[in-house]
Design a protein around this ligand. Structure first.
Ligand SMILES: Cc1cc2nc3c(=O)[nH]c(=O)nc-3n(C[C@H](O)[C@H](O)[C@H](O)COP(=O)(O)OP(=O)(O)OC[C@H]3O[C@@H](n4cnc5c(N)ncnc54)[C@H](O)[C@@H]3O)c2cc1C
Length: 246
């Protein structure tokens, strides 16, 4: 855990989807992070006004580099700047990585069920990448249930497809607005029946990591507890917003 503000240099930018961008940062002195942690980013205007927002680390890189993926919120103060204006060579004030609760421990052999709503997939991707990097060290089975608006709004699609070739990872998408052409799937919001059909069974004693907008996370966690999954096996990360439920 690193405290205090440090200056990171933007060393790469990748358009992830139409509305999201991945920033690759170099943070001198950083010696890796735990999968699931986040950093705080502070922007300071010329008049001294500051805005701080948290962003999960998407990467599982060992050294002094890390990646953040930021979704643009139309009326947002910080995210449009990070998605559209930040360029390679720019500097950003960063605090962290921080967080010791919403983290996956590669030494834990428990099966892992990841559930993401939209940009909530970011810290879960760090866990998936760390899991893949640890393999064959980690044989914990991983499942990801990922709620996206449409096929082209999912982050890291090609990489997830590739990683899901491993018997240790399976990925299930729920499309809320538009399903893949010709799939015959009817778009729908995640509901309790779909959730319970997709997740690891109670008897597997899975560890859950759920991340996304606050209402999504709280609703999904509630469905799981009602279905008999122990609350102490469910870890959540709420990204904020007052948006709709799943
Ligand atoms: C621990 C943590 C990790 C996070 N990691 C990421 C990440 O990896 N990628 C990422 O894109 N965001 C992440 N967020 C959300 C991020 O911190 C900001 O809240 C987000 O970028 C919006 O900031 P903004 O200044 O653009 O919008 P603001 O100006 O703060 O808000 C604009 C409007 O959007 C609403 N809003 C704020 N956040 C959300 C949200 N998450 N969903 C829906 N509506 C919202 C607000 O209520 C407001 O109406 C994380 C949040 C937390 C707490």
């Amino acid at each position: 855990m690193r405290t205090g503000w440090n200056v990171a240099e933007v060393i790469g930018v990748t358009q992830e989807t139409r509305t999201a961008r991945t920033l690759r940062l170099r943070l001198p002195g950083l010696t890796g992070h735990r999968p699931g942690q986040h950093v705080d980013v502070r922007l300071t205007a010329e008049d001294g006004y500051t805005a701080v927002r948290s962003y999960s680390v998407a990467s599982a890189l060992p050294g002094d580099e890390l990646e953040l993926t930021v979704e643009e919120l139309d009326d947002g103060e910080v995210s449009p700047y990070l998605v559209h204006q930040v360029a390679v060579g720019d500097q950003l004030e960063v605090r962290g990585p921080v967080g010791g609760w919403f983290v996956w421990d590669p030494a834990d052999p428990s099966p892992v069920q990841l559930i993401a709503g939209g940009s909530g997939v970011v810290p879960l991707m760090a866990m998936i990448r760390a899991h893949a990097a640890a393999s064959p060290g980690s044989t914990a089975p991983f499942r990801l249930l990922y709620s996206v608006r449409s096929p082209d709004s999912g982050y890291y699609s090609a990489e997830l497809d590739e990683l899901a070739r491993s018997p240790l990872l399976s990925v299930t998408y729920v499309y809320t607005r538009e399903a893949p052409a010709g799939s015959g799937i009817t778009p729908h919001r995640l509901d309790a029946a779909t959730l319970l059909a997709a997740v690891l069974p109670v008897d597997d004693h899975p560890a859950f990591f759920i991340c996304g907008a606050t209402a999504f996370v709280e609703t999904v966690a509630d469905w799981l507890v009602r279905a008999g999954y122990p609350a102490d096996r469910i870890k959540t990360e709420r990204y904020g917003g007052t948006g709709s439920r799943p």
